[in-house]
Design a protein around this ligand. Structure first.
Ligand code: AMP
Length: 628
C-alpha cells in the first residue's frame, strides 16, 4: 500500500485503523470500544480490553520460541555476556515478580528502578508489568537531588537498585547516591531491593534493604500468573524535563502502548521475529523503554542490552556485536555516531556488518554529514525518526515497512500514521505555509502509545501541552518547517529544554542546582550548539561577592565548585561546559530571563528582539564574559 493511503486511513478512520493494528497483540479480553475521546484532550484507547505488556513480551512467544534468544546482556564494563532464551527470561521475570510480591508490591503500586544497564533492570521492568505494578525507571546518570524529586513524586513502595554501575571502567556507586536521595526525599520507600554486582561496598539499612540474590534463589521456580489489566491502567511513569524545575511524570497506558509498539516494529522498524535488534540507548530514557525492552520483545525479536561506551575496548565494539549476533536493525543517537566518526575507520571495516538492514537514529537533530558518513560506512539506509518521551514511539519518520518512500537529508520524514500534524504560528496559532517556520503541533486525539497524562496532575497535562494556542492542540515545543512535499524539518525547542547528546534536560533544573551554591545569587543556563554533543549547557552566574571585584582565580574556583555541585545533584549530563561570572543578567522588564538572547550571543548570532529588555548593558556583560 502507498504510505499516503495508509496515513489517510489512520486519520480519517482512526477507530477502524487502530482496531486492525490491535490484532498484533494478545488480548485476554477483547476491547468494547476502540477510542473514547469524550473528554478531550484525554484519549482512552481500547476500552474494556484486558491485556498485559509482560505477557505480550514473553509468554505469548513461549509456544513457538521458548528456546530462542530473547535478551543478550553484554557489558564491556564488567566483561560479561549472558544470553537468556524466552523461557529463561520468563523464569527470571517470574522470580523478580515473586520477590517484589514478597515485599508487598501489588497492582497499582509504584516501583522505582534506579539501575545500570544490567539484565536485572529489564527483569524488574517486566516483573512490574507482569503484576500490574507501575514502574518508574530513573536514568542511572542522575544523582541524588534529581532522584529525590522523582521519589517524592512517584511515591514508590519499592526501589530496585544495585551496588554500582560503571562507566569507562570507572565504578559509579549507585547505592550511596540512592541512600542520599532517600534521605533528601519526604517519601520513604518501604523496601529497597538490591542487586549486588560486587563492584562497590554497599552499606545496608536494616529492615529496609533486601538483597536480591537470596530472594531470586527462593523464587526461581515460582510461577507468577499474569495480572490482566484494563487497557487504560497505568504501565509506567517516566520523568522528563520541561520549562519548570519540576520534572513531569509522563504516564503511559498498557494496551495502547503495546499496540503502538507492535505496529511500529512492523511499519517503521521492519524487524522480523527471531532476528536481533540492537538499540544503544539506556533503559532510563523512553527509547530504552520502547526499543530495548518492550518493542523488540513484543515483536518476538532478541534484544541487546549493552552496558559500556561505543569506543571501549575499541571503536569496533558495536560492530562486533552486530557481527556476532547478526543484528538486523540498529537504533542509536546522532551523538554516538559523531563520536565514532572521529575514530579510525579500520575498527568498522574489520567487522562483517552485512546482516544489518537499517540504522535508526533519534533523540536530537541529525546533521547531513553524520547521516551520509554512517550510511556509506555501513552500506545501509539511515532512518531519522523524531519523537519525544511524551509520544513513546516515532511521530515523524519514513515508514519503510509500509512503502519505501524516499528519505530527505536533514528531515526525519513525514508525520507517521495516527499523527494529525500541523505547523502553526507561535502567536496567532494560524497554520503556516510551506517552508514557513512555526511550532510543530499535533491535533487530538493523540494516537495509542502516547502519554495519558502527567502523573497525578491532569491539569498540568492540559496546561502544559494543550493550552498554548487559541485552538486546543498538543504542542511538541519544537520549531519546525514543512516543505512543499510534506517533509518536516525540526529546528530546535521553543522552550527552555536543551538536548545534550540526546539527553533532555531543563535549563531550570540546572539553574536550581547552581542556585543552591552559597556564593551564587543569580544564574542563567542556556544550551549552545556543540559539534559533538549537539548542545551543551553554559551558565552565567552572579556571584554574591560580585560587588567586590572577583579575581580570575576566584572565578575559576567558583566554576569548578559549580561543576562539582551539578555533578553531585543532577549528574554529569547536566554539568555546564563553562561557567561565566557577570554582575547583571539580561531580563525583560517583568523580570523574565532572556535566555534566547543569551544563547544567541553565545552562538555568535544577533541577540534578537530586545524591545522588552530592562537593561541593555547586561548584554555587554555577556559579550565581555565570552571574550574574556
Ligand atoms: P526526549 O523526550 O528526551 O526524547 O526529547 C525529545 C526532544 O528531542 C524533541 O522534542 C526534539 O527536540 C528532540 N528530538 C528527538 N528526536 C529528534 C530528531 N529525530 N530530530 C530532531 N530533534 C529530535
Amino acid at each position: 500500500m502507498q504510505f499516503d493511503e495508509f496515513y489517510r486511513q489512520s486519520i480519517d478512520h482512526p477507530q477502524l485503523f487502530w482496531a486492525r493494528e490491535a490484532e498484533r497483540i494478545h488480548w485476554h479480553k477483547p476491547f468494547e470500544q476502540t477510542l473514547d475521546f469524550s473528554r478531550p484532550p484525554f484519549a482512552r484507547w481500547f476500552i474494556g480490553g484486558q491485556t498485559n505488556l509482560c505477557y505480550n513480551a514473553i509468554d505469548r512467544h513461549l509456544a513457538e520460541r521458548a528456546e530462542q534468544t530473547a535478551l543478550i546482556a553484554i557489558s564491556t564494563e564488567t566483561n560479561s555476556e549472558k544470553n537468556y532464551t524466552f523461557a529463561e527470561l520468563h523464569r527470571e521475570v517470574c522470580a523478580m515478580a515473586a520477590s517484589m510480591q514478597s515485599l508487598g508490591v501489588s497492582r497499582g503500586d509504584r516501583v522505582l528502578i534506579y539501575m545500570p544497564m544490567m539484565a536485572e533492570a529489564v527483569f524488574a521492568m517486566l516483573a512490574c508489568a507482569r503484576i500490574g505494578a507501575v514502574h518508574s525507571v530513573v536514568f542511572g546518570g542522575f544523582a541524588s537531588n534529581s532522584l529525590a524529586t522523582r521519589i517524592d513524586d512517584a511515591q514508590p513502595r519499592l526501589i530496585v537498585s544495585a551496588d554500582a554501575g560503571s562507566r569507562g571502567g570507572k565504578v559509579v556507586p549507585y547505592k550511596g547516591l540512592l541512600d542520599e536521595a532517600i534521605r533528601l526525599a519526604q517519601h520513604k520507600p518501604a523496601h529497597v531491593l538490591l542487586a549486588d554486582r560486587g563492584l562497590a561496598q554497599m552499606p545496608r539499612t536494616l529492615e529496609r534493604d533486601v538483597d536480591y540474590a537470596p530472594l531470586r534463589e527462593k523464587y526461581l521456580h515460582a510461577d507468577v500468573p499474569v495480572t490482566w489489566l484494563e487497557s487504560n491502567e497505568t504501565s509506567y511513569i517516566l520523568y522528563t524535563s520541561g520549562t519548570t524545575g519540576k520534572p513531569k511524570g509522563v504516564q503511559r497506558d498498557v494496551g495502547g502502548y503495546a499496540v503502538a509498539l507492535a505496529a511500529s516494529m512492523q511499519h517503521v522498524f521492519c524487524g522480523k521475529p527471531g532476528e536481533t535488534y540492537f538499540c544503544t540507548s539506556d533503559i532510563g530514557w523512553v527509547v530504552g523503554h520502547s526499543y530495548i525492552v518492550y518493542g523488540p520483545l513484543i515483536h518476538g525479536m532478541a534484544t541487546v542490552l549493552y552496558e559500556g561506551l561505543p569506543i571501549r575496548p575499541d571503536a569496533g565494539i558495536w560492530w562486533s556485536i552486530v557481527e556476532k549476533y547478526k543484528v538486523t536493525r540498529m537504533f542509536s543517537a546522532p551523538t554516538a555516531i559523531r563520536v565514532l566518526k572521529k575514530q579510525p575507520p579500520e575498527f568498522m571495516e574489520k567487522h562483517d556488518v552485512s546482516s544489518l538492514k537499517a540504522l535508526y537514529l533519534a533523540g536530537e537533530p541529525l546533521d547531513e554529514t553524520t547521516s551520509s558518513w554512517i550510511s556509506n560506512a555501513l552500506g545501509v539506509p539511515v532512518i531519522d525518526n523524531y519523537w519525544q518521551t511524551e509520544s513513546g514511539w516515532p511521530i515523524i519518520s519514513i515508514a519503510k515497512g509500509v512503502e519505501d518512500k524516499a528519505t530527505r537529508l536533514g528531515s526525519p520524514g513525514v508525520p507517521l500514521y495516527g499523527y494529525k500534524m500541523a505547523i502553526i504560528d507561535e502567536s496567532t496559532g494560524a497554520e503556516c505555509g510551506p517552508n514557513q517556520k512555526g511550532v510543530v503541533v499535533i491535533e487530538g486525539p493523540l494516537p495509542p502509545g502516547c502519554m495519558q497524562t502527567v502523573y497525578c496532575d491532569d491539569q498540568r497535562f492540559v496546561d502544559t501541552y494543550w493550552s498554548n494556542f487559541p485552538r486546543q492542540v498538543y504542542s511538541t515545543f519544537d520549531w519546525g518547517i514543512r516543505d512543499e512535499d510534506g517533509y518536516y524539518f525540526i529546528l530546535g525547542r521553543t522552550d527552555d529544554v536543551i538536548n545534550v547528546a540526546g539527553h533532555r534536560l531543563g535549563t531550570r533544573e540546572i539553574e536550581e542546582s547552581i542556585s543552591s551554591h552559597p556564593n551564587v545569587s543569580e544564574v542563567a543556563v542556556v544550551g549552545i550548539e556543540d559539534k559533538l554533543k549537539g548542545q551543551v549547557a553554559i551558565a552565567f552566574v552572579i556571584a554574591r561577592n560580585a560587588e567586590s571585584a572577583v579575581s580570575s582565580q576566584q572565578k575559576q574556583a567558583l566554576e569548578a565548585e559549580i561543576m562539582a555541585l551539578v555533578d553531585k545533584q543532577i549528574g554529569a549530563v547536566g554539568r555546564p561546559a563553562r561557567v561565566y561570572c557577570v554582575s547583571l543578567l539580561p531580563k525583560t522588564r517583568s523580570g523574565k530571563l532572556l535566555r534566547r538572547s543569551i544563547q544567541a550571543l553565545c552562538e555568535g548570532r544577533d541577540a534578537g528582539d530586545l524591545t522588552t529588555i530592562e537593561d541593555p548593558t547586561s548584554l555587554d556583560q555577556i559579550r565581555a564574559a565570552l571574550q574574556g
